[in-house]
Every structure is written in structure tokens, then in C-alpha cells.
Design a protein around this ligand. Structure first.
Ligand code: ADP
Ligand code: ASP
Ligand code: MG
Length: 414
């Protein structure tokens, strides 16, 4: 008997009819003799609606209460899905994160899963029950309800699959797999049959919302057989695995984008060892995530400017903490530029093919798209550009790196 973990995202469980459809899919696997763990998200856009309600009350809701609020969304879905499964004659038990033994660090809003007391789920499975687990939530050692970050139900599913040594973990969503770019932005994007854990991790970290980055990290660390596929069709999905066969001439496998970035520059700091660490320790003390960093030292002065990019939603907190520590940091002033976005190309083939970054800069500049910041790793290049140019930039890069889908007629004529 094999254990299979299935995860259904918000759109897949957005209505009662869709929950009934999901129940049918679960039944199909059970009828084939498998043991099923089903992880679900909150229905439709209900997490966003909960966030909105909190924001109507206060611009700074307490993080503990926010987690308490947001975890209710998934709790609605698990109970309804368990009922739908009962209606099909199946034994099913719903479990919240803490009931399923999902232990996290003591952080609200974006906690990491530390351990799973998997006996609780195993016990129910062994009694013949389908176990329906609330995604995106856990419990900290001090008994607080925590959440895993937006999109974190994927991580719940993969972490459970790893702990159960499941045969596979299927992420069911509203697209048929992982595409060469977000199909909503690039209509010519095509589905990848396979993608490596490393490339998927880069894409997810760079904004490809189809999988939560920590889910990919967990799959890689535990060698989980992970697929992404559609809830609404039987089409084969994308397999995320260790190594993939690289097709000739394809250096870039995907283009990702991330909206709402802001560039902050701390100007006029004294050039001395420790300046960088002081700035970033100050930001870290407020859990502010910094992305690209540029240290602009001038040769002939003892002054340095430190520029970095952050999520726009962290701007207020960033300015506050820097202002509060102005004296100890010893800078002159701070400037910032909002309404930026990051576009990135990802591909393992870059390691052995020089000139990829140059091609990227060239194609963006031919479209007169200004590049504000750049960062690279072995398998990716990212450029920060004006948000107004983001869609254009993604489409241009998709074309530049030969990812545009060949039209049916061209295929026939070839
Ligand atoms: P779910 O609610 O099922 O978790 P998400 O909205 O989190 O679904 O993720 C699916 C969405 O991810 C798709 O609708 C698509 O717009 C977006 N997406 C972004 N990048 C990609 C990509 N490279 N391939 C496929 N989908 C992508
Ligand atoms: N419901 C949560 C969110 O909207 C978690 C998830 O869907 O994965 O972010
Ligand atoms: Mg998601």
C-alpha cells in the first residue's frame, strides 16, 4: 500500500462544487488501494479577505492575532472536504496543523517547519482514514499557532510527504504544471515536462508563485517525488526532480518576475570595516529581508553608499529602523525609489555558457528598459527594472532565450 500526498490550492477548493470534485479525485486514488493525505488551502481568495478585514481595523495587526485569524481559512476547507469524502462513503478525518503534529519555529507570519510528530497522521492512516490536513499552519514549541508564509500550503504537503516517505507528492493547482514563465504574463509560455530542484528553487525564490520556495527546498533535501499538475484536467504535469536532461541549445529554462520592489540607498557612510554589517544587522533585527546589495565605495573618498532592494511592503519598517539608528550607523541621508520590479532568467546551462547576462542586458536595452540593479548566481541573472516595464521585459526575455512556444502551424510546416 502506497502513501500519496495530494495538495489542492485555493482556486481548486473555491466552491462547494469544487470541493466535491476534489473529493472525487481523492476517492479515485483510494479506490486504487492507496493511503491518502490531502492538504488543502483556504477557499478561493478567503485568505486575502481575512487580511483585508484585519487591515480595516489596524495598519499594524499583532502578528500572533494575524496567524490566529489566517489559519481559520484552511480550517473551513478541511472540515468541508472531510464531509464531502464522507458523502462518498470514505472514512476521512480533518486535522489542523497542530493536530497533525506540525511543529514550527516560534516566529509569526513565516515560520519554518522544524519537525513533524508524524505518528498522529500515521495512526489515522493505519485505521483506514483519509487524513485531510490544513495547509500553511503549525504550532510553535510554546504552543502558539503559526503560519508558514503566503503560499505555504505547498510546504505543508511536501514536509508531510517527506516525513511519511510518501510515494509521491502531487501539487494540484489552476495551471497544468510549471511553465517557462507565468502563463498569465506570457501567453506564449509552455509547460515544462521536468525541471530540476535547483532551477525550481531559483524560480520560486525569484517570484514564480506556482510553488512555495520552502516546499522545493524540503523536496530537494528529502528527495521527494514532486509533481505540479492541474485539478481540472487529467493532463500530465511537471516533475520536479534532481537532474533533468538538458535539451540542446536551451540555456535558460524559465523567466520569473517579482513585483513591488523598492531600492533604498543609505548615503554618506564612513568607509570602514563593519559598515555593511551594521546596516544589515539593524535591518535583520526587524526581520527585514534584503535582496540585492550594492556597496558603492568611491576610490578617492572615505565615504560609501550602500544600496539594497526590499519588498515594497517593508519600506516603512526599513525607514523607521534606519532612522532610529541613524547615530550609531553614522550615515548622511536615505533615498529610495519605489515602483520597481525584478525580472530573472534561470537555467542550469548558464554555468557553461558565458555571455548569457550580456544577452539579457542587450535585449532589455534594445527595448529601452532601464536596468537599476543586477544580481547573479551560477544559474540565474536578475535585473531590477521599473515596474511599468516588467511585463514587457519578461516577454522580451522569454523570446530572446528561445522559450516562445512554436505555434501549431509552424510545427506543421516545419
Ligand atoms: P494555488 O492556489 O493552487 O496554490 P497559486 O496561485 O499559488 O495556486 O499558483 C498558481 C499560479 O502560479 C498560476 O495561476 C500562475 O499564474 C502562477 N505562476 C507564476 N509563475 C508560474 C510558472 N512559471 N509556471 C506556472 N504558473 C506560474
Ligand atoms: N491560504 C494561504 C495563502 O493564501 C496558504 C496557501 O494557499 O498556500 O497564502
Ligand atoms: Mg500556491
Amino acid at each position: 500500500m502506497s502513501i500519496i500526498v495530494q495538495k489542492f490550492g485555493g482556486t481548486s477548493v473555491g466552491t462547494i462544487e469544487k470541493i466535491q470534485h476534489v473529493a472525487q479525485k481523492v476517492k479515485k486514488e483510494v479506490d486504487q488501494g492507496n493511503q491518502l493525505v490531502v492538504v488543502v488551502s483556504a477557499m478561493g481568495k478567503s485568505t486575502d479577505q481575512l487580511v483585508d478585514m484585519a487591515n480595516q481595523l489596524t495598519p499594524n495587526p499583532a502578528a500572533r492575532e494575524m496567524d490566529m485569524l489566517l489559519t481559520t481559512g484552511e480550517q473551513v476547507t478541511i472540515s468541508l472536504l472531510a464531509m464531502a469524502l464522507h458523502q462518498l462513503g470514505l472514512d476521512a478525518t480533518s486535522m489542523t496543523g497542530w493536530q497533525a503534529g506540525i511543529q514550527t519555529e516560534s516566529v509569526h507570519g513565516s515560520a519554518r517547519v522544524q519537525d513533524i510528530e508524524i505518528g498522529k497522521v500515521q495512526n489515522k492512516l493505519s485505521k483506514g482514514s483519509v487524513v485531510v490536513v490544513a495547509g500553511f499552519q503549525g504550532v510553535s514549541q510554546d504552543g502558539q499557532i503559526t503560519t508558514l508564509g503566503r503560499g505555504g500550503s505547498d510546504t505543508t504537503a511536501v514536509a508531510l510527504a517527506a516525513a511519511l516517505k510518501a510515494e509521491r507528492c502531487d501539487i494540484f493547482t489552476d495551471v497544468t504544471g510549471v511553465y517557462t514563465a507565468d502563463p498569465r504574463v506570457v501567453p506564449k509560455a509552455s509547460k515544462l515536462e521536468q525541471i530540476s530542484y535547483d532551477e525550481m528553487l531559483e524560480l520560486a525564490n525569484l517570484g514564480a508563485g506556482v510553488l512555495h520556495p520552502r516546499a522545493v527546498e524540503c523536496a530537494k533535501n528529502n528527495d521527494v517525488y514532486l509533481t505540479v499538475r492541474s485539478t481540472f484536467s487529467e493532463e500530465e504535469g511537471t516533475l520536479v526532480k534532481e537532474e533533468v536532461t538538458v535539451e540542446d541549445g536551451i540555456i535558460v529554462h524559465g523567466v520569473a518576475h517579482d513585483e513591488e520592489m523598492t531600492k533604498v540607498t543609505v548615503r554618506g557612510m564612513k568607509k570602514e570595516i563593519g559598515a555593511l554589517s551594521r546596516v544589515f544587522k539593524t535591518l535583520a533585527s526587524k526581520q527585514i529581508n534584503v535582496d540585492i546589495i550594492i556597496n558603492q565605495s568611491m576610490y578617492d573618498t572615505d565615504i560609501t553608499n550602500i544600496a539594497f532592494s526590499i519588498d515594497s511592503e517593508d519600506l516603512e519598517a526599513t525607514l523607521h529602523v534606519l532612522e532610529d539608528n541613524k547615530e550609531s550607523l553614522g550615515y548622511e541621508d536615505i533615498i529610495y525609489e519605489e515602483n520597481l520590479a525584478k525580472v530573472s532568467i534561470v537555467g542550469a546551462g548558464m554555468i557553461s555558457n558565458p555571455g548569457v547576462a550580456a544577452d539579457m542586458f542587450d535585449s532589455l536595452s534594445r527595448e529601452e528598459i532601464e536596468i537599476k540593479m543586477v544580481s547573479t548566481s551560477e544559474i540565474k541573472v536578475s535585473c531590477v527594472v521599473p515596474a511599468a516595464n516588467m511585463v514587457k521585459a519578461v516577454q522580451v526575455l522569454h523570446n530572446t532565450f528561445n522559450l516562445d512556444k512554436v505555434e501549431e502551424t509552424e510545427k506543421v510546416n516545419a
